[in-house]
Ligand binder design. Structure first.
Ligand SMILES: Cc1cc2nc3c(=O)[nH]c(=O)nc-3n(C[C@H](O)[C@H](O)[C@H](O)COP(=O)(O)OP(=O)(O)OC[C@H]3O[C@@H](n4cnc5c(N)ncnc54)[C@H](O)[C@@H]3O)c2cc1C
Length: 392
């Protein structure tokens, strides 16, 4: 049984069903939905989606940026460029793609619906998991109970399944994001290329890229909230629209214009959790954000969930008949890799957001001198997802 029908849960269902297992997935919401914003998929995720036979469909609704420009929020200057063109594709075997989250979820959902080994149910909120020895029982809020051979908890950052494995809580980092996609025709500046832009500066960053074949333009504004205090973390008193305006008030003109188009109806606090050394209890394991929620600064949360799914499917195939062994082999491969990504994402945020004198000066010097086709910093992240050397 898979609990949670997000990107992780649907991909895990496909991977397990492809390995010959019968999968039942439950989702608490009435529908399978993703918010109306973009998502970046790096080659490590593309490789897995291709193995599941889905990458052509993903590519068809994606945009393939030719470059990622890292810009400075205040000066407006280019700090560096990562070339996503031929050399990138030759090196990693796949392009870097950006797409609408709903489009990705739709492709995964259709594939699950078409797979004879997968059944899906919505409006089913898991409230309790019991260990029956040789099987597991999953109880839902509406009183439904399921007995199953094994459980994969893919219920996101606030995972209830994780509480069977660990007592840790999500960690607020005092940053929030405002994000959303708008019709490209409404963008008040010219979108001349498919390139992606990430603007970095003291206590903030801003991400821009086109999605849905260029019909929509995705923007994300992230900043450190001066009003944040751990005691009010779960309230709406911090990370306000007023703080958003103030955070970007000293930015260059291009960014000021872009900010007028940012969606303000909802904000996303930035959270992660401590990396765990174990994801399994009896016949239950975790996957995706339930296992390793991370700050989104490397754009890898969903990519890592997709990699997890691939690893889980391989291990379930390899250790058929012994699910505990399969779950242990899965976490042995996945935990070192996802821990590294979780910690690197935190570090990457500090590197982008530093508001001192020395770190930004050194950072900008390093960034401005690197070559666009120098992939030495991305190899560890993008080479993987192939089922080999994933913890390198
Ligand atoms: C601003 C931002 C930008 C990001 N950008 C990127 C990016 O560009 N690239 C990238 O790879 N990642 C990115 N991420 C991270 C990515 O969105 C997540 O890592 C990914 O969506 C996690 O998928 P998941 O399936 O594990 O969890 P979720 O998407 O959270 O899905 C969990 C599902 O479980 C369901 N559920 C929860 N509890 C229960 C229950 N008790 N019973 C039944 N169902 C339940 C929920 O309703 C939900 O459908 C970003 C994140 C943020 C916040």
């Amino acid at each position: 049984m898979v609990i949670g029908g997000g990107i992780g849960g649907l991909t895990a269902s496909l991977a397990a069903a492809s390995a010959g297992y019968e999968v039942h997935l439950i989702e608490q919401n009435p529908d399978f939905v993703e918010i109306g914003a973009g998502i970046q998929l790096a080659p490590n995720a593309a490789r897995v989606l291709d193995r599941l036979g889905l990458f052509d469909a993903v590519e068809a609704v994606s945009v393939k940026p030719q470059n990622l420009f890292l810009m400075h929020t205040e000066s407006g200057k280019v700090l560096t460029r990562l070339a996503f063109g031929k050399a990138f594709r030759r090196r990693y075997g796949y392009p870097y793609v950006v797409l609408h989250r709903g489009d990705l979820l739709g492709i995964l959902l259709d594939a699950c619906k078409q797979h004879p080994g997968i059944t899906l149910e919505t409006n089913k909120k898991m409230v309790e998991i019991s260990d029956l020895g040789n099987s597991m029982r999953v109880a839902c809020e509406d009183g439904t109970e399921y007995d199953c051979d094994a459980v994969v908890g893919v219920d996101g950052l606030w995972s209830r399944a994780r509480s069977y494995v660990s007592s840790d809580e999500p960690i607020y980092h005092g940053y929030v994001a405002f994000r959303g996609a708008i019709p490209t025709s409404d963008v008040p500046f010219s979108v001349e290329s498919d390139d992606e832009f990430i603007w970095i500066g003291p206590g903030k960053h801003f991400v821009q890229y086109p999605i849905r074949r260029g019909e929509l333009y995705n923007q994300v504004a992230v900043f450190a909230s001066p009003g944040f205090r751990p005691e009010i973390a779960e309230s709406l008193e911090w990370g306000t629209q007023i703080e958003l305006e103030a955070a970007f008030s000293k930015s260059c003109e291009t960014l000021q214009v872009a900010l007028t188009m940012i969606h303000r109806d909802r904000r996303w606090p930035m959270l992660d959790r401590v990396p765990l050394t174990n994801w399994r209890k009896s016949r239950l394991t975790l996957l995706g954000d339930a296992a390793h929620p991370m700050l989104q600064y490397l754009a890898q949360g969903a990519c890592q969930a997709i990699e997890d799914a691939d690893c889980l499917g391989r291990m379930m195939r390899e250790h058929r008949g012994d699910i505990v062994k399969a779950f242990d082999a899965y976490q042995e491969e996945s935990i070192p890799r996802t821990t590294r990504v979780q910690l690197a994402a935190r570090w990457w945020g500090r590197f982008w957001h530093d508001d001192g004198d020395i770190v930004p000066a050194l950072r900008d010097r390093i960034l401005t001198t690197r070559a666009p086709d120098d992939y030495s910093d991305t190899d560890w992240l993008y080479m993987s997802g192939s089922g080999s050397s994933s913890s390198s």
